[in-house]
Design a binder for this molecule. Structure first.
Ligand SMILES: [Zn+2]
Ligand SMILES: [Zn+2]
Length: 132
């Protein structure tokens, strides 16, 4: 079982299942919503994710996407897309042990900031990993 929390600790979550799509996302939406140059995410089946403490605030970040975050400290926590209703993306760095799920690729690198230099040898995709 993966466990995580926001910065202030008001929100805690648990995620089961087998994590997939471990990625560093360089899209402009992740960047602005986090204030960071890119955001590490993992995905799990939506049925295997739950908040066990606190209630997040939600925000429609695009036509198909909804992001949740802590209403008190602002930590970005999840991303859900109506295009992939069976899964939920979770910010890797809100895990209690972010070392346990290292990213396996980079996505949306066409939006990568020029001062971010990638030399970790991971695959890098111009947009999403696959179209759809
Ligand atoms: Zn918080
Ligand atoms: Zn993104």
């Amino acid at each position: 079982m993966l466990t995580g929390a926001c910065l202030c600790g008001q929100l805690r979550y648990e995620a089961g299942g087998t994590p997939f799509h471990l990625t560093n996302c360089h899209c402009a939406t992740c960047r602005r919503s986090s204030g960071a140059p890119f955001v590490a995410w993992f995905s799990v089946p939506r049925a295997d994710f739950r908040f066990v403490q606190g209630t997040p605030a939600r925000f429609n970040s695009s036509e198909h996407g909804t992001r949740s975050f802590c209403p008190q400290c602002g930590s970005p926590l999840t991303f859900e897309s109506s295009r992939a209703p069976g899964e939920i993306d979770v910010t890797t760095c809100t895990l209690d042990d972010p070392e346990s799920l290292p990213p396996e690729d980079h996505t949306w690198v066409r939006s990568r900031l020029r001062w971010v230099h990638l030399d970790d040898g991971l695959p890098a995709y111009e947009q999403a990993r696959s179209t759809g």
